[in-house]
Write a protein that binds this ligand. Sequence first.
Ligand code: ZN
Length: 202
Amino acid sequence: MPSKEYRNSHVQQNREQLEFHVREILRLVGENPEREGLIDTPARVVRMYEEIFGGYAADSGEVLGTLFDEAHEELVIVNDIVFYSQCEHHMAPFFGKVHIGYVPSGKICGLSKFARLVDTVTKRLQVQERITSQLADLIAETLIPHGVMVVVEAEHLCMCARGVRKYGSQTITSAVRGQFKRDASLRGEFLSLIGRTAGKLI
Ligand code: ZN
């Protein structure tokens, strides 16, 4: 593993290069990067990037962490997990909510871990479809539950600020694994508990 000093100097080098390129973008879109309002913008953009692309520094497979033995083998739902991501086609934000439901098969994990998992998967360049299936797969592989269902609803700035310019349109994606695939009443229970009806969603 590289030393802390090496990693710090590497981070510093990355920052300087990013600031340089942000200044170049400002110049190429017709701005004067030296004017007062923009002078600190490259450094601010870099700090923002470190936050919104923070998922690259995390290992999604490790996030769910310690699992606990628990006999509860009924539906567990964590809903309305807010996320903010960047579409990989336009580098434009898309954001919304993730709803996760799973039926444990002897192992559960801390509920806040799902929110952390959503952060590590969404804080990178993404597409909504992949976020949805990655979350379902990571939960299925780590907890080995009877089943898992993930619903993601989001608004994409690349759809409303440019191109077709459709404001307020929501994209909804879902992924099901295990028991949820076979059991329509389980899917219905999940959807009604997150405040959606099967007819409205699918
Ligand atoms: Zn896009």
